[in-house]
Design a protein around this ligand. Structure first.
Ligand SMILES: [Zn+2]
Length: 433
C-alpha cells in the first residue's frame, strides 16, 4: 500500500468513525439533537467536497439533505444527472448487552467494521462521498450528482414525499436514481434489484357488546368478536397453499418476462426461497382482545382488533387493493356486526425494466469489480424507492455492498472491509461514465 493510499484510507476511517459516533436513532425523539448534529456533520463534509447543500426541514422531523454538484451544463448524451439516495438515520441499538463492541464507536475487528449503522446505511454514505471526492480530485467526474440523504427511513419515510416535493423541479433533472441501501449474497457477486413489493396494512375492530360478558350466562347467545375475526381471516387466505382467496386480488398480475425469469432462475440458485418472496403475500400482524393474563377469566370479549397486511407486486395498486379488501370484509361479516376497518399504511410496489440501459451498464461495471452480478427482486418495501419512482418516473437502480451476515437492525451490525472498499471502486466507475 502506498503512503498516499494509507493517508486517504486514514481520512475515510476518521470520517466514518465520527459519523458512527452520532446516535441518529430516528425513532427516539429524545435523541433528535443527535439527528441535527448528524445533519450538520454531513452538510459540512458536502460543502468541503464542493456540493451545494439544501436542508429541508419540518418541525420535529429528521431533515432531508439535498446536495448537488454540477459538473456539466450540456445535458445530453455525455452529461447525465445521477440521483443517489441513502439514509443517515439508524435503528436503536438495543439489546445493548448483546453487543461485543460499543455500538456508537467504529471498531475494526477480523476485517469487519462494527457499529450501529455501519451497514445500514451510514457505510454506503461514506462510500458515496469517498468515491465522488476521489473523482473530483483526479478530474474524472463526468456527470452531475444530486444526493438525497434521508433521516427517517427507519421510521417509515413518513414525510419523505412531502419534503422531496419541495425540490421536485430540481430533482426533475435526474436521469437515473441509485438507491444504496441493499446488500449482496456473496463477496464475488454484485447485486442489482429491479423490483420491490408494495404494502398495504389494515386494522379491523369488531365490537359485539358494550362490555365483556359472562360466558356462562351469555355463551351461545352473543357473538364472540375473536371468533368472527378468526373466521374472516381463514376466508382471506388458504394457509395450506398460501393462496389469497379475495376475489380479484390477483387479477392484474402479469407473468415475469422471459428475460426476468432467466435472471430470477439464476438468482434462485443461491436463494432458494426467492420465488416465494416476490409474489404477493398476506399476514396477520397481531390480534388484541379479551383476557390474556395468568389463569382463566371466563368472559366473552366485547371487542377484538386485528392488524393485517398484504405485500403487493408491481401491477397491484394499493388503492385498488384497498377497495377490494373493504368490499370483501363488508361482504363477509354478517349483517348487524359492528366493525371499523381502517388503512394503516400504503406503499406502491414497483419495478424497473431490467433491459434498461442504466441497469445494464451498472451490471457491466459490477462484473469488472466483482466476478459476477445477479439481478433480482426483493420481498421488502422501501418507501423512498416507490416515492422517487412515482414522482419522477425515471429508472431506479437499487444496489449496495453489505453482506448477508451484516446483522442490520441487530446487535453487532457489521460491514465487511473488502466489500466496503470494493464498493467505493464500483461507485467511482459508475459516476465516471
Ligand atoms: Zn436501510
Amino acid at each position: 500500500m502506498t503512503n498516499q493510499h494509507q493517508n486517504s484510507n486514514y481520512k475515510i476511517l476518521k470520517l466514518f468513525s465520527k459519523f458512527i459516533s452520532f446516535q441518529s436513532v430516528s425513532t427516539d425523539h429524545k435523541r433528535f439533537d443527535e439527528i441535527l448534529k448528524t445533519v450538520e456533520f454531513i452538510k459540512k463534509e458536502l460543502i468541503d467536497i464542493g456540493f451545494q447543500v439544501k436542508i429541508l426541514k419540518k418541525a420535529s422531523v429528521p431533515p432531508l439533505i439535498i446536495a448537488s454538484y454540477n459538473f456539466c451544463t450540456d445535458r445530453g448524451k455525455n452529461c447525465k444527472t445521477i440521483g443517489i439516495y441513502a439514509h443517515y438515520d439508524v435503528q436503536p441499538e438495543d439489546p445493548l448487552d448483546q453487543w461485543n463492541t460499543p455500538p456508537f464507536e467504529l471498531t475494526i475487528k477480523d476485517n469487519k467494521f462494527y457499529g450501529r449503522g455501519v451497514a445500514d446505511d451510514k457505510g454506503h454514505i461514506i462510500q458515496i462521498l469517498t468515491s465522488i471526492k476521489r473523482l473530483i480530485e483526479v478530474n474524472k467526474l463526468k456527470n452531475n450528482i444530486i444526493l438525497i440523504f434521508e433521516g427517517e427511513e427507519e421510521t417509515g419515510s413518513t414525510h419523505f414525499e412531502e419534503l422531496i416535493s419541495k425540490v421536485k423541479r430540481e430533482l426533475g433533472k435526474i436521469d437515473v436514481f441509485y438507491l444504496l441501501d441493499f446488500g449482496v449474497k456473496d463477496k464475488n457477486c454484485g447485486k442489482i434489484l429491479f423490483g420491490l413489493r408494495g404494502l398495504i396494512g389494515f386494522e379491523l375492530t369488531v365490537q359485539t357488546a358494550k362490555t365483556d360478558l359472562h360466558s356462562g350466562i351469555f355463551g351461545n347467545m352473543v357473538n364472540n368478536p375473536v371468533q368472527i375475526i378468526a373466521e374472516l381471516l381463514t376466508k382471506i387466505k388458504n394457509n395450506q397453499t398460501g393462496k389469497i382467496l379475495i376475489p380479484s386480488f390477483y387479477k392484474k398480475i402479469k407473468k415475469p418476462t422471459k428475460n426476468e425469469l432467466f435472471y430470477l432462475e439464476k438468482a434462485k440458485k443461491n436463494n432458494r426461497d426467492l420465488l416465494t418472496k416476490i409474489f404477493p403475500s398476506f399476514d396477520v400482524n397481531g390480534i388484541i382482545s379479551g383476557y390474556t393474563k395468568e389463569g382463566i377469566k371466563t368472559i366473552i370479549p366485547a371487542s377484538a382488533t386485528v392488524k393485517f397486511s398484504f405485500r403487493l407486486i408491481e401491477e397491484q395498486n394499493p388503492n385498488e387493493i384497498e377497495k377490494i379488501v373493504l368490499t370483501f370484509v363488508k361482504k363477509n361479516l354478517s349483517t348487524g356486526i359492528k366493525y371499523s376497518l381502517r388503512t394503516l399504511a400504503k406503499l406502491m410496489p414497483f419495478h424497473t425494466d431490467i433491459d434498461d440501459s442504466y441497469i445494464k451498464k451498472s451490471a457491466d461495471i459490477f462484473k469488472q469489480v466483482f466476478d459476477d452480478v445477479v439481478f433480482t427482486r426483493t420481498g421488502g418495501s422501501v418507501g423512498a424507492a416507490s416515492t422517487l419512482r412515482k414522482l419522477f418516473k425515471k429508472p431506479v437502480v437499487m444496489t449496495g455492498f453489505v453482506l448477508e451476515d451484516a446483522n442490520i437492525h441487530s446487535p453487532n451490525e457489521n460491514y465487511d472491509e473488502e466489500m466496503f472498499f470494493k464498493g467505493i471502486i464500483a461507485l467511482e466507475k459508475i459516476f465516471a461514465q
